[in-house]
Design a protein around this ligand. Structure first.
Ligand code: MN3
Length: 199
């Protein structure tokens, strides 16, 4: 079955004032839909058309040259945005608990220190891309990816991830990516993150 944009698990305006309704509508209904449509088009009538997108992204080399880049960008866009909607919540914010918090403290010394490192990584990602907290063995690490590349391509498990493409923040924050990242912490769904870390 072809890929579909999953419905948002909350209302378009539910993440306000941190992420505005207009941005959410455009981002979910237009940007994500475009990634899905292009990924479906490229994978149609290939052996991969019914496979989970994560599996496809880990096997890009098996695709024909002309499809490989299209699927990398648009299949990546589908996987990343599906993840992004789930890792945010109107009931989000605060700090993780339990084993995930322990792993963060082990790595950076504290949650505040982690947030500072993550923000710096998101700011330093030149152009369009993502910043991620990923599972690394029993611990955690911060990585960034360009465009719609995802840590999943390298077999890593994303725990949280922020879209730092301008389309994710420009309507409300204009060029102020650091302000968007600061606000984004208020909607991070740490319960979901914890599940992904322990899963
Ligand atoms: Mn996006």
């Amino acid at each position: 079955m072809a890929y579909e944009v999953p419905p948002l698990p909350y209302d378009y305006n539910a993440l306000e004032p941190h992420i505005d309704e207009a941005t959410m509508k455009l981002h979910h209904d237009k940007h994500h839909q475009a990634y899905v449509d292009k990924a479906n088009g490229a994978l149609e009538d290939t052996e991969w058309q019914d496979k989970p997108i994560e599996e496809v992204l880990q096997n890009l080399d098996s695709l024909d040259g002309d499809k490989k880049g299209v699927v990398r960008n648009n299949g990546g866009g589908h996987a990343n945005h599906t993840f992004f909607w789930e890792i945010m919540s109107p009931d989000g914010g605060g700090a993780p608990r339990g084993a995930l918090l322990d792993a963060i403290v082990d790595k950076w010394g504290g949650f505040d220190e982690f947030q500072a490192e993550f923000k710096a990584a998101g700011i330093a990602r030149f152009g369009s891309g993502w910043a991620w907290l990923v599972k690394e063995g029993d611990g955690v690490d911060i990585v960034t990816t360009p465009n719609q590349d995802t840590p999943v391509m390298e077999g890593k498990t994303p725990i949280i991830g922020i879209d730092v493409w301008e389309h994710a923040y420009y309507l409300n924050y204009q060029n102020k990516r650091p302000d968007y990242i600061d606000a984004w912490w208020n909607v991070v769904n740490w319960d979901e993150a914890q599940k992904r870390f322990e899963g």
